[in-house]
Design a protein around this ligand. Structure first.
Ligand SMILES: Cc1cc2nc3c(=O)[nH]c(=O)nc-3n(C[C@H](O)[C@H](O)[C@H](O)COP(=O)(O)OP(=O)(O)OC[C@H]3O[C@@H](n4cnc5c(N)ncnc54)[C@H](O)[C@@H]3O)c2cc1C
Length: 502
């Protein structure tokens, strides 16, 4: 099955529903609505789904007690949390309820932790309890011995967010949703039947629009003449640590929260790598995903107070994501005064956690506003992705590589990804280096792609029949070969064409 359907949707084609933005929110909405008899298009400007904020976050399914009582994001955090177990099982994606600990260093912080416990009780979040110093040290010996107490939230979990986006989109496409990638929405005109959505890939007619455009949701709203919220970007830098620190902490470690931030965390990711971050600072430019020396200093100073054994020298990779923050500080979900134009906007943290609950809220909102949703008689169950070779047992590895020798040829040595798995990821829609990296983990390990990048590029070029010089990191102009016109075979001096290695 493929999610890469660039160019599939014909210009002027009419849909019942257009979802703008293929992040975790748009993908979850597309998948939820694919259960109903609707002709839906999911329009994404990037080369793949999940390439916006949804790929650049902490990957935490928050426990349910972190966001304030009375807020929509608080309600949807807990509702979403409870959906992720079943959802991950249905989609066959990584998810582990590792739990979290929010720690206190002094009596004032202990008082704040008590408020967290009260919030959990009021919201009905299960299992949240305060642990004393001895229990904390016993359960998490790498934590600073100055930690006095901690709140344990057993419902917190970790996922690979990009994997979730791909799986949701694959499932939606398998159930009839048209996915239009590489299509920037540039304007929306109101027509007698609804809307005409202008994109860089042609026009799409739609009766209803769901605006899930993340950091551009205010601009998309403005296209129908609305200005119901103001959006600013808040950047978060994250740092991935070497796998030798695997197991140093078992749970997600939070400092005591402040009124404006959950703080800088230590996160045991699903794949075993520890991650530390994120920072939270206003982003002048919403597309600014650079990391900075100041950010690194802030992150490592903060987390060393929590877990003294962590060092900046263990960092193998870094990235930043930008949260879409509204002036109300809350999510903006639901119908607007423009009939048929619905917002799923301002989805800052915990938007990953809340995404499946946001999708249900949008569905209910559409019904409340008169959309006739009839459940399909037949809804195709997800086709589960194959188990990675690195986590298959020895017998299975031998059997698979005997059946297809490409599964015996390791391409990424750090993460043990085979050629067969890269080819499979290309067949499932990956057509950029990041698309393959996020589907297989090739290039995510200690050497950060030093060994496998070229080989993955060769496979993309040969499988898709394209010149190797046209392979990009993440679509658009993110070429891997900069001097493309001058790209020649080192030995013959001839220009390199379709998928031929120099
Ligand atoms: C550093 C950081 C850490 C975080 N950690 C967590 C966490 O641990 N747990 C959690 O629950 N949440 C977390 N979040 C929040 C979470 O990542 C977001 O809430 C979530 O990803 C938002 O998803 P989205 O689909 O709304 O936005 P996006 O993922 O940004 O998707 C919007 C999509 O719309 C597309 N788009 C925009 N404009 C157009 C246009 N004109 N035409 C077509 N397409 C368009 C974009 O390309 C993009 O793909 C974190 C966020 C950050 C930045």
């Amino acid at each position: 099955m493929t999610t890469s359907t660039s160019g599939r949707a014909a210009p002027e084609r009419r849909f019942d529903l257009a979802i703008i933005g293929g992040g975790i929110v748009g993908c979850a909405i597309a998948r939820e609505l694919s259960r109903y008899d609707l002709d839906t298009v999911l329009i994404e400007r990037a080369a793949d789904v999940g390439f916006g904020t949804s790929k650049a976050n902490s990957g935490i399914i928050h426990a349910g007690h972190h966001a304030a009582i009375g807020s929509l994001k608080g309600r949807l955090e807990w509702a979403g949390n409870r959906m992720w177990g079943a959802l991950a099982e249905e989609l066959g994606i990584s998810f582990d309820r590792v739990g979290d600990l929010t720690v206190a260093f002094d009596a004032d912080e202990v008082a704040i932790l008590r408020e967290l416990c009260e919030r959990a009780e009021e919201r009905g979040v299960t299992g949240v309890e305060m642990w004393g110093q001895a229990r904390v040290q016993d359960e998490e010996p790498a934590l600073s011995d100055e930690v006095l107490a901690a709140v344990h939230g057993p419902t917190a979990g970790v996922v690979n967010p990009y994997e979730a986006c791909f799986a949701l989109a694959d499932d939606a496409v398998a159930n009839g949703v048209t996915l239009q990638l590489d299509a920037l929405v540039t304007g929306i005109a109101r027509t007698s039947g609804g809307f005409s959505v202008g994109t860089t890939r042609g026009e799409f007619g739609a009766d209803v629009i769901v605006n899930a455009a993340g950091l551009a949701a205010d601009r998309v709203e403005a296209m129908v003449g609305l200005e119901t919220f103001r959006l600013t970007g808040r950047k978060g830098e994250e740092y991935l640590l070497d796998k030798r620190l695997r197991g140093m902490v078992k749970r997600i470690i939070f400092p005591c929260p402040t009124p404006t931030s959950k703080g800088i965390l230590v996160i045991p990711t699903f794949d075993g790598t520890l991650m530390v971050g994120p920072t939270a600072h206003p982003a002048g430019d919403r597309d600014d995903t650079t990391t900075t020396a100041d950010g690194a200093r802030e992150v490592f100073e903060s987390v060393q107070r929590l877990v003294p054994g962590i060092s900046a020298g263990d960092c193998i990779a870094e990235f930043a994501g930008v949260r879409a923050v509204t002036d109300t500080g809350d999510f903006v979900v639901g119908a607007t005064e423009v009939p048929g134009f619905v917002n799923a906007a301002g989805i800052q943290s915990p938007g990953l956690t809340a995404a499946p609950a946001i999708a249900e809220l949008i569905r209910d909102d559409l019904v409340a506003h008169g959309l006739d949703l009839r459940r399909k008689e037949r809804w195709v169950a997800p086709s589960l992705p194959p188990t990675p070779m690195r986590s298959s047992d020895r017998t299975e590895q031998i059997e698979r590589s005997a059946a297809d020798p490409a599964f015996g040829r390791v391409i990424c040595r750090c993460e043990l990804v085979t050629e067969g798995e890269v080819v499979d990821a290309i067949e499932r829609g990956g057509h950029t280096l990041d698309g393959i990296k996020f589907r297989t983990r090739a290039g995510m390990g200690r050497c950060q792609g030093s060994f496998c990048t070229w080989r993955v590029m060769e496979l993309i070029a040969s499988e898709l029949g394209m010149p190797i010089a046209e392979v990009t990191k993440r679509g658009g102009g993110s070429w891997m070969v900069l001097d493309r016109d001058q790209f020649h075979d080192e030995r013959s001096g001839e220009p390199v064409e379709v998928g031929v290695s120099p």
